[in-house]
Design a protein around this ligand. Structure first.
Ligand code: AMP
Ligand code: MN
Ligand code: MN
Length: 340
């Protein structure tokens, strides 16, 4: 196969180091005698929930004592079995191994304090990851942390079951936008194929993953009435205000979907979604082509991937909108777009 057919997808730099680290992580987990606590990032998405559920189930199958302090969003609750999750841990148990999944830095990791762990393993695919922990395995060429969890489970003695494969596949499905985003490489599809072969009820899973509470659709109507196309129509922008939330209720747990939808407005290079959260504003940015959502969010104090990034801005919605547009303008000019 000509190189050009595979090269745009796969960055193989550091692949050997990556495989070594995956093996090291699998061995450390298998040999660990104390409790193992798994945590992921604030506002957990399908990758955070899926990666941690898959690894917890694989470790439980090895007889490990595990804890998963996690509050999943409503649309992912169906993945969770009874008594599988713990409340937030204020202190870590003695001799605890902490695994942090899909979290770019320590401040974004929630569920337990990081400081008192006997050993910390950081598994993530964000290029902006700070490489914290005793083992930091960061591989931005992977579409989802769930792909890295699959590699860890493959490297361990665990026997795959549908219960382990289903959340693992969920992380891959959600972080690739149902295999539609540019991170959908041949490796992603091969991993998905392998996981489905473990007995995942694929059609049921993808159907269930799209189901939302009726309030989500009521909120969607309001969100779409806020749409605007600033910066010569190169940006699609929408918002959730405090007033909208008072009216509909706290149903906006999936702004990922809203920003993903407006990203398809013809002629746009960027989608920006603003969520008023009282004392701060959550910004979600999605981009296409060379335009970097990551560069914009780094400017706003956040981070993420080139095509999908986020930031939490300590300012009201109006001020955050102004800063986000200034950062977007800078990035669009850097990429050679002409603006008035
Ligand atoms: P979101 O818009 O929250 O769905 O985030 C898009 C991507 O950027 C996800 O991979 C997030 O994990 C990541 N991300 C969001 N906010 C931040 C932040 N403040 N710092 C680093 N990464 C972030
Ligand atoms: Mn995530
Ligand atoms: Mn992820």
């Amino acid at each position: 196969m000509p190189m050009s057919m595979t090269q745009p997808f796969i960055d193989n730099s550091g692949e050997k180091d990556y495989q070594t680290k995956i093996q090291q992580i699998a061995t450390t987990l298998s040999n660990w005698q104390g409790p193992i606590v798994l945590i992921s990032h604030v506002d957990p998405d399908g990758d955070a929930v899926g990666s941690s559920l898959a690894l917890k189930r694989a470790l439980a199958a090895l007889g490990k004592e595990t804890k998963l302090p996690l509050v999943p969003p409503r649309f992912l609750e169906f993945l969770v079995q009874e008594n599988e999750l713990s409340p937030e841990l204020k202190v870590l148990p003695d001799n605890c191994l902490l695994v942090v999944l899909d979290a770019a830095d320590e401040a974004r990791a929630v569920g337990a304090p990081l400081s008192s762990a006997a050993f910390t393993i950081n598994v993530d695919h964000h290029g902006t990851n700070t490489r914290f922990g005793d083992i930091a395995c960061v591989q931005p060429s992977r579409a989802a942390t769930a792909q890295m969890v699959k590699d860890i489970i493959d490297a361990s003695r665990t026997t795959w079951t549908a219960e382990i494969a289903t959340p693992c596949l969920t992380g891959i499905i959600t972080d690739t936008g149902n295999f539609r985003f540019g991170n959908t490489s041949p490796d992603v599809l091969a991993d998905a194929s392998e996981l489905i072969a473990k007995g995942v009820a694929y059609a049921e899973l993808v159907d269930q993953l799209q189901i939302r509470h009726p309030d989500y659709f009521r909120m969607l109507g309001k969100v779409m009435s806020t749409i605007e196309f600033p910066l010569n129509g190169l940006v699609a922008m929408a918002r959730i205000t405090g007033e909208m939330r008072d009216e509909i209720g706290p149903s906006d747990d999936d702004s990922d979907d809203y920003v993903g939808l407006i990203r398809y407005a013809e002629g746009t290079q960027l989608a920006i979604f603003l969520k008023d959260r009282g004392d701060h504003t959550k910004v979600s940015v999605r981009s296409r082509g060379k335009v970097s959502a990551q560069a914009i969010c780094l400017e706003l104090g956040g981070g993420g991937h080139v095509a999908a990034a986020g930031a939490t801005v300590q300012a009201d919605l109006g001020e955050t909108r102004r800063r986000a547009l200034a950062a977007a303008k800078k990035e669009l000019l850097r990429q050679g777009f002409k603006l008035d």
